[in-house]
Write a protein that binds this ligand. Structure first.
Ligand code: ADP
Ligand code: MG
Length: 327
């Protein structure tokens, strides 16, 4: 089974950023409200994530590292109504097969903390006592130490860290109710406190996207025909360096979608300056039954049942906000 894990690892574990994505999604699935992420050397040397979620019971610790051991799907019905971020039960198995992994947890119904270790294909079967506050810490060291071919595909420390940071950014932009702390080589990058009200998240947006964005952004929050759109749209008054500042979330998950991009671009072009790059952090909320968000770990695709309706809604609402401040 460990060999199968290594083969599967290729799909899920491409680089440090993909490890961080899977681990943070697990922590969020576990109901965590505070996530501490410590990274060394772009995540290749070490990724350490501590959460305050419900933890893993002693008897489940070793199981969590086994393939297809998910606690998240109990019936076939669940498969169709997955609410949690992960459900395939292969992320931890894949990650542990290509790294040195340490999993420590204190289950919320237990007084003691426990730890398991895995080193590449070898998994320590012994579960050892440990010391930990309620929640879980996962340390992933020496990524791809036993798969030199994959290790060769890693880019510079700086590039790997920027991919990793992008993953944290997207999650931090989708969960304002959770605190995120990120450090790289001992230097703190962010310390984002949880905020109760999404629209009072200016501090977080300034930390993640820069003061300039938030100072030049219009807010919106509109609803029609069962669709809600809220968030921030930047006015094209600042530098080109933010050309890639485009975040769109559908029911809380980040997506890259042509229809969405087109609607926003058209609204921009109609109202403001042609050729400028739109910048935005927008959230679309709609009946989950009318949208299919691809849950593949690396794709961010979305299919709307009524694409026309969504496009026209986005275009008209964004158009109106921009038109209100037309110079
Ligand atoms: P999946 O998330 O698809 O179920 P994973 O391999 O990512 O599979 O995780 C395996 C299992 O380990 C999860 O189903 C969950 O029960 C447990 N687990 C992993 N990380 C955490 C965490 N941070 N807190 C609590 N449980 C966790
Ligand atoms: Mg998972």
């Amino acid at each position: 089974p460990r060999l199968a894990n290594q083969i599967a690892a290729g799909e899920v574990v491409e680089r440090p950023a993909s490890v961080v994505k899977e681990l943070l999604e697990n922590s969020l699935d576990a109901g965590s409200t505070q996530l501490d992420i410590e990274v060394e050397q772009g995540g290749v040397r070490q990724i350490k994530i501590r959460d305050n979620g419900y933890g893993i019971a002693k008897g489940d610790l070793a199981l969590a590292l086994c393939r297809h051991a998910t606690s998240k799907i109990l019936t076939l019905d669940d498969l169709e109504s997955v609410r949690t971020l992960g459900f395939r039960g292969e992320a931890l198995a894949s990650i542990s097969s290509v790294s040195r992994l340490l999993l420590t947890s204190k289950f919320n119904k237990s007084d003691e903390a426990w730890r398991v270790e895995a080193e590449g294909k070898d998994m320590a079967t012994a579960v050892k006592p440990a010391s930990h506050l309620p929640g879980t810490t996962i340390e992933v060291r020496d990524l791809f130490f036993n798969t030199p071919a994959r290790r060769k595909f890693l880019r510079t420390e700086k590039t790997e860290f920027s991919h990793l940071e992008e993953v944290v950014k997207r999650l931090a932009l989708s969960r304002y109710d959770v605190g995120f702390r990120l450090s790289h080589n001992g230097k703190q990058i962010y310390d984002l406190r949880a905020v109760a009200n999404q629209m009072s998240a200016e501090h977080r947006l300034a930390s993640l996207l820069g003061k300039k964005f938030i100072e030049n952004a219009l807010t919106l929050d509109v609803e029609a025909a069962g669709l809600r759109l809220w968030g921030w749209i930047g006015l094209p008054t600042f530098s080109r360096s933010q050309a890639d500042l485009q975040y769109f979330f559908v029911n809380g998950r980040v997506v890259k979608d042509k229809l969405v991009a087109h609607a926003v671009r058209q609204a921009y072009r109609d109202v403001l300056y042609n050729g400028r790059h739109p910048t935005f952090v927008l959230y679309l909320e709609l009946d989950p039954a009318t949208v299919d968000v691809n849950v593949h770990p690396t794709k961010h695709e979305v299919r709307f049942r009524d694409g026309r309706l969504v496009h026209d809604f986005l275009f008209s609402k964004i158009h109106r906000v921009l038109a209100d401040v037309r110079p």
